[in-house]
Design a protein around this ligand. Structure first.
Ligand SMILES: Cc1ncc(CO)c(N)n1
Length: 228
């Protein structure tokens, strides 16, 4: 089993919990409370902004043009393409996308971006790959899972969202990230391997909690005026 196959295997409990989460199943059923959808987009818009910064920090830790190219493409993907699933959610919740941008992050999303930025700033390139890999990997598998268990056709309210994440270039991205991580992990010492596995597991855990945060409209207990 490759290093990343093993990561997927040892975190299968969290992947299954994600597939069974009420928000995710609600996407399959075409029925999620609008407030939860809005809460999700507010947090995810800012989450993806931080994801861009993680890629930027990965560029700082890289030295090959091919790596610069790779991260640059991923940044463009977030900026230009990953707005589509948000637009689908906005249409469903009947809300203007702009009104959901630049909101302070709820605690779980705040935790998640700080976890990724921590590894991006303090960790090796392998640690960065493993902290960010659950993001595309869980979404790709969510889409596969929904297609397998629900009747998804063009009339489905989340058809655009599901087909966006069920795409070959996302599968290629995951394979590419895995190949890079497998090769770096083969050179890592035991200590670094522990950090890599921990970064991956925490990101899976925070992916699960992110759905929960949106579903329960999680917020800070105190003032909501905390700025970004
Ligand atoms: C929290 C989160 N994880 C993964 C993705 C997929 O890119 C996303 N948009 N948001």
């Amino acid at each position: 089993m490759s290093f990343t196959e093993n990561l997927r295997h040892e975190n299968d409990d969290l992947f299954q919990k994600i597939f069974n989460h009420s928000f995710v199943k609600g996407i399959g059923n075409g029925d999620v409370p609008s407030e939860a959808v809005k809460h999700y987009i507010k947090a995810d818009f800012e989450y993806l902004n931080s994801f861009i910064k993680v890629y930027a920090l990965a560029i700082v830790k890289s030295s090959r043009r091919s790596d610069f190219q790779f991260f640059n493409e991923q940044i463009s993907f977030i900026l230009n393409d990953e707005t589509h699933p948000h637009h689908n959610f906005c249409q469903y919740a009947n809300v203007d996308y702009k009104s959901l941008q630049h909101h302070p992050l709820p605690p779980t999303a705040d935790h998640y971006i700080k976890h990724m930025l921590f590894h991006a700033q303090n960790g090796t390139l392998a640690e960065i790959y493993s902290a960010l890999l659950p993001c595309p990997w869980t979404y790709y598998e969510i889409a596969l899972n929904l297609i397998e268990h629900f009747n998804i056709n063009e009339e489905h309210p989340f058809y655009e969202w599901i087909s966006f994440y069920d795409r070959d270039d996302l599968k290629d991205l995951i394979l590419n990230l895995r190949k890079r991580l497998d090769s770096l992990a083969s050179l890592a010492n035991e200590n670094e391997k522990i950090n890599i596995r921990e970064a991956f597991r925490k990101s899976c855990e925070l992916e699960l909690k992110f759905w929960d945060m949106a579903y329960t409209c999680e917020n800070w207990s105190g003032s909501s005026e905390v700025s970004l």
